[in-house]
Design a protein around this ligand. Structure first.
Ligand code: COA
Length: 246
């Protein structure tokens, strides 16, 4: 697999939430790690979220020597869009694009589902857990309000109530990626998540996406089972480290 170029940015989103100057770096290798450290120094970064592919072991060892701590491991699944399996023979619930005014209902599902979630933020004992709980609710709400960035938020309703959502990124160069999905606790493990498969496939096809990615934590068995049942297969995996500079 070819290395992707280093991406490093200051995160206004995290800085606002935690009140700490934060940067996010992705695709770290042994060769570009110095550039990451220099960027953080030049920008007075206090908190760095650092990601690298799991095969970059020399970079991992260098980061460990510099005091980076492992917070989670992501596994990305991929599928050819035409091969996304429609839901199996179970009850389907209506799934539609989110409507204006439904963002608070989406936020409420996210707040409930992601409280104490196993995210890299929650794994860091230096971050306030309550502030971590709200991160995914903010992402979900923002996605409903600012669709140019995320492109589509599908919501599932039972008896007229929103019980789940699935946020998909705008496909670029024929490649789409899932951002965030959640099913309300009261209806989890009942197959509700499957109701999103057909609308997702149809939307990707309408946007010209040929391939779709689905990232999740390696510890998230439910999410992985659901991706596998839709014909996704493992593609790559990524470590998330945190580095504190203070
Ligand atoms: C992951 C999630 C979207 C799955 O939706 P769901 O409607 O509950 O899932 P389903 O009922 O369709 O179950 C999918 C599979 O996972 C299994 N599963 C569900 N919950 C599980 C759990 N807690 N532990 C282990 N397996 C689980 C089901 O048995 C099913 O497997 P099967 O097809 O072999 O029977 C939902 O559990 C959720 O919102 N989780 C919290 C948020 C999250 O993890 N989002 C994804 C990461 S962005």
């Amino acid at each position: 697999m070819k290395n992707q170029p280093l991406k490093i940015i200051l995160s206004k989103f995290d800085e606002k939430r935690f009140g700490i100057r934060t940067a996010h770096a992705a695709n770290i290798t042994q060769e570009n790690l110095r550039e990451v450290m220099d960027f953080c120094k030049a920008n007075q970064v206090v908190f760095l979220v650092a990601r690298c592919e799991t095969n970059q072991l020399r970079a991992v060892h260098s980061m460990q020597r510099e005091g980076f701590l492992l917070m989670d491991t992501l596994i990305r699944y991929s599928v050819e869009v035409d091969k996304i399996a429609e839901a199996p023979d179970i009850e389907m619930f209506p799934v539609l694009p989110v409507q204006a005014g439904e963002e608070d209902a989406v936020r409420a599902v996210a707040l409930e589902v992601f409280r104490g979630f196993r995210s890299h933020y929650h794994a860091d004992e230096r971050l306030n857990p309550e502030k971590c709980d709200g991160i995914y609710a903010s992402i979900a709400c923002e996605a409903c309000l600012n669709k140019e960035k995320t492109s589509i938020v599908h919501v599932c309703k039972i008896d007229g109530e929103i019980v789940g959502f699935d946020i998909l990124n705008s496909p670029s160069l024929g490649v789409g990626e899932g951002v965030l999905k959640a099913i309300a606790l009261s209806v989890q493990k009942q197959g509700v998540g499957h109701s999103f498969a057909s609308p997702k496939k149809a939307w990707y096809q309408s946007q010209g996406a040929l391939v779709a990615f689905g990232p999740t934590q390696i510890t998230n068995i439910a999410a992985q089972k659901q991706l596998i049942s839709q014909n996704y297969l493992p593609y790559d995996s990524i470590y998330t480290f945190h580095k504190w500079f203070d």
